[in-house]
Every structure is written in structure tokens, then in C-alpha cells.
Ligand binder design. Structure first.
Ligand SMILES: Cc1cc2nc3c(=O)[nH]c(=O)nc-3n(C[C@H](O)[C@H](O)[C@H](O)COP(=O)(O)OP(=O)(O)OC[C@H]3O[C@@H](n4cnc5c(N)ncnc54)[C@H](O)[C@@H]3O)c2cc1C
Length: 300
């Protein structure tokens, strides 16, 4: 088990990882790519550079620094985080365990703009299979999305739903690992979607761009990659709009779960992400030290 798993290897994630390992705790960074910093061609407002630098240059150096100091890395898109005395973080590539987690996943994605989703949110439209799957026992549901996260949500729905439409909305299924077989009860429909529809109170149908309508009792939106707000919903973590709510040390309302960088809102800048990563890393290391002391006491 790792002491701390950090999700995201942007400035917030890497800064957090440095502080965790330098505080003597083990750290694994799981990320799918280099994040926003890879797009910053010219950076002139980061401390300590007499000449213009670039995001990729900063990132290359930060990755080398983290490796030198003993941070472990795994490539992958995290689809699920479960808490049960400790944390289990899963992706298509594997599952890892840790005493604490720091979320540094960058700016949360915007919600889908598909017509009708807002109107039926809570009336048949859900963004969390773990939270709401139970209410669809024996019912017909659709899952919108074409990547690993949609498949993860489908797996969470299989024990409850009667049948599941995997709605890729005009895109092919794109998973990080080839799909060996479709989950039980699931069929794929790749047609582009036009809207979700109902009687104003309850969701009833999904409407395709070709005009066809299909009855559904529920729609689960799982487009693209799971973002900070998706994880927050599943873990009962407080948010403020689209951002994770934390205290000044990056603590969320779930003990052992921290957040840093763009996913906490505020000023979306490298310097801020680095600073928040540092405080969250220190707070997570302190949490782990105290947890280990409790574990030791319980064992004697
Ligand atoms: C074009 C552009 C130019 C910019 N220029 C500047 C500038 O000049 N100065 C400045 O200070 N700031 C600039 N910024 C902003 C800056 O890049 C961000 O504020 C900063 O990168 C935020 O860091 P972060 O670590 O919070 O998030 P990010 O850098 O976005 O990193 C997020 C990380 O989370 C990972 N991730 C997300 N979801 C998952 C998941 N489900 N599973 C696994 N991994 C996941 C991503 O792969 C990535 O590694 C610029 C941004 C852009 C887009």
C-alpha cells in the first residue's frame, strides 16, 4: 500500500508528490497525460526565470526532479476511487491502495450540453452510478460516453439495471484496453444524440439525431474522463460550483482526501497550483504519519 496516491501530474500533483516523499512517505502519481501545462507555450509569470520559459520545459524538469526524489509513476485514467478505511484507486490499467489521496486533476470538465439534461437532473438524469444505480433496479438505463469512464459506470450499473444502452453519441468506443466482451445486459448504440425528453417531471426517452426515440428510465452521463466533480459526487465530497471545497491545507471534508490546483477553483495559474500542491502534500504526509501511529497502537 502507498502512503499517498496523487491523481494528476500537472504542477499541483508533482509539487504535492515532492513534499510527500521529502516528508518520508511513499507517493504514487497516477495520470493520463501532462495536463494543461503542456499547452502553455510561453510562461513569463513563474517565479525564478530571467528568460521566458515554457510549460513543457517546466514539466520536463519537474518530472525529472520527482523521479530523482523517489516518486513512483503510473500511466492511466482513473475511473474510480473507493474509501473503506483506506483508499482504492482504479483504472483500466490497474488498482492501487493508499492511506491518503490527493486529487490534482485540473479544471473539472464542463457538463454535457445535450438538450434536456439540465431539466431532468435528479428526475432521471444522474452523474454518478455509484450514488444512484440502486434506484434503477430492473429498469432500462442509458450511459452516455465512449471511453473508460463510461465503461466503469456501466459495470457499476450491471448489478441493478434490467438493461443498459451504452450511448456513444456518434463516436466509436475508445478504451485504453481492448474490450474483450460487453458487460451483461449491455448493448452499444453509436448514433448521435439530439436530446433527452420526458413529461417535464420524469425523464422518459432518449432522442437520436435521426429522429428515433428509445424509452429509458434513467440516463447516466459519463463523458470523457472522470473529473474532480465526478469523484466528489461518489465520495460525498463538498464542492463549490465546479470546484472541490478545501480548507487552507487542501483538506476536503473526507479525512485523508485532499485536493490542490485548478480542481479547487480560484486563480488558475501554475504558481498557485504549485503552492496548493505543496500544502496538500504536507497535510497528507501529516495525516499519514498520524494514521500509521494509530495503526501501530492498535496492533500492540
Ligand atoms: C494554453 C495555456 C496557457 C497557459 N499559460 C499559463 C501561464 O503562462 N502561466 C500560468 O501560470 N499558467 C498558465 N496556464 C494555466 C496552467 O497551465 C494551469 O493553471 C496549471 O497547469 C494547473 O495545474 P494542475 O496541476 O492543477 O492541473 P493540470 O496541469 O491541468 O493537470 C491535471 C492532471 O490531472 C490528470 N488527470 C485529470 N483527470 C484524470 C483522471 N481521471 N485520471 C488520471 N489523470 C487525470 C491530467 O492527465 C494531468 O496530469 C495556461 C494554461 C493553458 C491551457
Amino acid at each position: 500500500m502507498y502512503d499517498v496516491i496523487i491523481i494528476g501530474r500537472g504542477p499541483a500533483g508533482l509539487s504535492a508528490a515532492l513534499y510527500v516523499v521529502r516528508a518520508g512517505q511513499s507517493a504514487l502519481v497516477v495520470a493520463q497525460d501532462d495536463g494543461q501545462i503542456a499547452k502553455a507555450e510561453k510562461v513569463d509569470n513563474y517565479y525564478g526565470f530571467s528568460e521566458t520559459t515554457s510549460g513543457p520545459e517546466l514539466q520536463k524538469n519537474a518530472l525529472a526532479q520527482a523521479r530523482r526524489l523517489g516518486v513512483d509513476f503510473a500511466e492511466g485514467t482513473v475511473t474510480g476511487i473507493v474509501w473503506d478505511d483506506h483508499f482504492r484507486v482504479s483504472s483500466a490499467e490497474g488498482e492501487w491502495e493508499a492511506r491518503a489521496v490527493i486529487l490534482a486533476t485540473g479544471m473539472p470538465k464542463r457538463k454535457s450540453r445535450l438538450q434536456g439534461l439540465d431539466l431532468y437532473e435528479g428526475k432521471g438524469v444522474s452523474y454518478c452510478a455509484t450514488c444512484d444505480g440502486f434506484f434503477y433496479r430492473g429498469k432500462t438505463v442509458g450511459v452516455i460516453g465512449n471511453a473508460d469512464y463510461a465503461l466503469h459506470e456501466i459495470h457499476d450499473l450491471v448489478p441493478f439495471a434490467g438493461s443498459i444502452f451504452w450511448l456513444t453519441n456518434g463516436r466509436p468506443v475508445a478504451l485504453s484496453k481492448p474490450l474483450v466482451s460487453l458487460p451483461d445486459k449491455t448493448s452499444i448504440d453509436e448514433r448521435p444524440l439530439a436530446k433527452v425528453d420526458g413529461d417535464g417531471e420524469v425523464l422518459r426517452e432518449i432522442v437520436f439525431e435521426d429522429g428515433c426515440r428509445t424509452h429509458v428510465d434513467g440516463i447516466f452521463v459519463a463523458e470523457g474522463t472522470a473529473s474532480a466533480t465526478d469523484f466528489a459526487l461518489k465520495l460525498g465530497i463538498e464542492t463549490a460550483g465546479n470546484a472541490i471545497r478545501t480548507d487552507r491545507d487542501g483538506r476536503t471534508n473526507l479525512p485523508g482526501f485532499f485536493a490542490a490546483g485548478d480542481c479547487t477553483g480560484g486563480i488558475l495559474q501554475i504558481s498557485v497550483a504549485v503552492g496548493e500542491g505543496a500544502t496538500a502534500g504536507l497535510a497528507a504526509a501529516k495525516f499519514v504519519r498520524e494514521k500509521k501511529a494509530e495503526e501501530k497502537k492498535a496492533a500492540t
